[in-house]
Design a protein around this ligand. Structure first.
Ligand code: PMP
Length: 360
């Protein structure tokens, strides 16, 4: 008997997601996992510090009511239209379980957040990938199906990852109208950096679920808070799944930290504007170096150089203390995904690239 015989059969089939490197080396310019280059609001840190002295021996509120309320107020929804999870990865996992397990394929772009495929393998969901256009854009009419072609639902990221390209709300509405009897999940992890949120459509579409995270625009990747917004019947389904898995996905510190993050509107505005402005500057600097840069509405850029192999460039940058992400995936293997850093981090990257390119 091999030791793997202890595993449930599905474990052999899993192809786990591989997150970007979190190196222990100090002083790296870390532009590989789309974190926010700025720390969270000081109000978040004080709220967490206070909460650490108050009641950690007690379980947290299983409904995370205070944070649900804060998020609902921010988006003009009711608390019954908000579902919380331990990072949006967990929210996505519950949503795939709750909505996409039908005996027909789930539609998603061929290039998108690669965790979607991982959940499908975990839950035995069949996938049909729809190719992006040659310009790596999503064309919503490609998601139309005949009555005989049943689908389990649609999942997209908007802005898409790792392209950064955003879709207008009219296109989201087309997707919702193409598949009225299935859930259309719109993952808006990066929407605060200039995208258009589909939350405005929730009232009109019972099949729309929008997923957000506090990891990016609110600088809280380390706290693990994600949420979904949708009409209350979808949120009820997610609650059923969550309460069949873990009643307390958000701890007490995350809960108060999340509330404080939504309260500090000025800090949120200031940091997201800073990231967007660095993105524009970095795009121009990369173009000056000969890169082709996709138009991004996110906190990262997908860029390629006509003369340089992307894997070689990523390795050379690493040896100069700059981490970027390279995906060995069809169609994008010649691109680098570069998270937008502070102005100093962006300058460091551009300087390192200029030196490398000068060596040719
Ligand atoms: N969706 C997309 C498109 C992402 O890029 C990420 C970050 N890797 C997530 C969701 C998950 O973010 P988190 O679990 O930190 O909320």
């Amino acid at each position: 008997m091999t030791l793997a015989a202890y595993f449930s059969p599905v474990v052999h089939r899993l192809v786990p997601y591989v997150p970007g490197e979190q190196p222990k080396i100090a002083k790296l310019v870390k532009l590989n996992t789309n974190e926010n280059p700025y720390p969270p609001s000081p109000q978040v840190v004080s709220a967490i510090t206070r909460a650490a002295h108050q009641g950690l021996q007690l379980y947290p509120d299983p409904e995370s009511s205070a944070l649900r309320q804060a998020i609902a107020a921010h988006h003009g929804l009711t608390a019954q239209q908000v579902f919380l999870g331990n990072g949006s990865d967990e929210v996505l996992a519950h949503a795939f379980f709750a909505f996409f397990q039908h005996a027909c394929p789930l539609l998603m772009p061929d290039i998108s957040y690669s965790f979607y495929q991982v959940y499908c393998t975990l839950y035995g969901i069949e996938v049909h990938t729809v190719p992006l256009t040659d310009e790596l854009r999503l064309r919503v009419t490609d998601y139309a199906r005949t009555a005989a072609q049943a689908v389990a639902g649609v999942v997209i990221a908007n802005p898409n990852a790792p392209t950064g390209i955003g879709l207008p709300l009219a296109d989201i509405e087309t997707l919702l109208q193409l598949h009225p009897s299935r859930v259309v999940l719109v993952d808006e992890a990066y929407v605060d950096f200039g995208g258009q949120s589909a939350i405005a459509l929730i009232e009109r579409y019972p099949n729309l679920l929008v997923v957000h995270t506090l990891s990016k625009s609110r600088s809280l990747a380390g706290l693990r808070i994600g949420y979904a917004c949708g009409q209350s019947h979808l949120i009820d389904a997610l609650q059923r799944v969550k309460n069949s898995f873990n009643c307390y996905p958000l701890d007490r510190l995350a809960m108060v930290g999340g509330v404080a993050a939504f309260a500090d509107v000025a800090y949120f505005e200031q940091t997201r504007q800073a990231v967007m402005s660095s993105r524009e500057g970095l795009t121009l600097a990369l173009e000056d170096l000969g890169f082709t840069v996709l138009p991004s509405q996110a906190n990262f850029l997908l860029a390629r150089h006509p003369l340089w192999d992307a894997a070689v460039l990523a390795a050379d940058l690493r040896s100069r203390g700059v981490l970027v992400r390279h995906f060995m995936l069809p169609r994008i293997e010649q691109y680098l995904r570069i998270s937008v850093g502070t102005p100093a981090q962006c300058d460091h990257l551009v300087q390192a690239l200029a030196e490398l390119l000068a060596q040719r």
